[in-house]
Design a protein around this ligand. Structure first.
Ligand code: HEC
Ligand code: HEC
Ligand code: HEC
Length: 161
């Protein structure tokens, strides 16, 4: 019994600091991969959205980064899952299958819509959004231009539906 508890103590002594260091490391990585600079410059395919956002009121110097629109902010669990999913997907596409068109998926649209409303709730309080119309159906140019964008040898644009 004495033996076991001393072994347990040993594990705790090694394990706890490791756990703390590991968590801090993971948290720092999470933060690092959430910056607009990281999201916009790590992958070629993000060049166009990154550059167009400079010309928008929705730019980092106005306090609005990529993650403020593209990552959920009302559900921490969904935030972690979505970040992992979309990060892995973007990474895969960028490395193995660079697309001509970056299509916005349904999940992504839902998140975008919720984020528009999150920040602009006072302005849009009287807008009826129950018909499924999205903010960005009308506000097409925010924050990415609607014109075709070029990078490398391909044309990339965020499609107008
Ligand atoms: C103001 C909110 C907002 C900000 C900030 C923003 N975006 Fe977007 N983004 C949108 C909207 C809206 C669309 C288009 C939705 C549609 O066409 O249906 C979009 C589309 C995209 C797409 C197309 C595919 C997809 O995943 O939806 C990419 C890629 C993208 N943005 C990357 C970025 C990057 C990188 C940044 C930071 C430099 C950024 N965005 C900042 C709102 C935003
Ligand atoms: C993180 C908060 C945030 C999010 C998310 C956000 N906005 Fe904004 N938006 C702002 C700020 C800050 C401004 C600057 C003007 C202001 O003071 O309202 C702005 C300005 C605007 C304007 C005025 C544009 C202009 O040229 O003056 C429109 C339209 C707009 N947003 C629509 C949207 C739409 C559509 C979405 C979702 C795709 C969205 N916003 C998401 C914070 C946000
Ligand atoms: C049916 C089209 C339509 C829809 C849907 C729509 N808007 Fe607008 N919105 C407009 C028009 C038109 C204006 C006024 C003209 C302008 O300033 O661009 C406006 C104005 C605004 C402004 C003020 C812009 C400024 O210059 O001060 C904001 C912010 C905004 N909308 C956000 C949103 C958000 C968030 C949503 C989603 C809940 C939304 N809008 C849905 C058409 C729409």
């Amino acid at each position: 019994m004495k033996d076991l508890s001393s072994r347990t103590k040993k594990w705790l002594l090694i394990g706890l600091p490791l756990l703390v260091i590991g968590s801090v490391f993971l948290f720092m990585q999470y933060e690092r991969t959430s910056t607009t600079h990281y999201c916009g410059t790590t992958c070629h395919i993000m060049k166009a959205p990154y550059e167009t956002s400079f010309h928008s009121v929705h730019r980092e110097t106005n306090g609005v980064g990529c993650k403020d629109c593209h990552i959920p902010h009302d559900n921490i669990l969904e935030q972690i899952i979505y970040k992992g999913y979309s990060g892995a997907r973007d990474y895969y596409k960028n490395t193995f299958a660079q697309p001509d068109v970056l299509l916005t998926k349904e999940w992504s649209k839902k998140i975008l819509q919720r984020n528009c409303i999150r920040c602009h709730s006072t302005v849009v309080a009287r807008i009826n959004t129950s018909d499924g119309k999205q903010c960005f159906d009308c506000h097409r140019g925010e924050p990415h231009d609607t014109r075709p964008q070029t990078f490398s040898t391909q044309t990339v644009y965020t499609p107008i539906r």
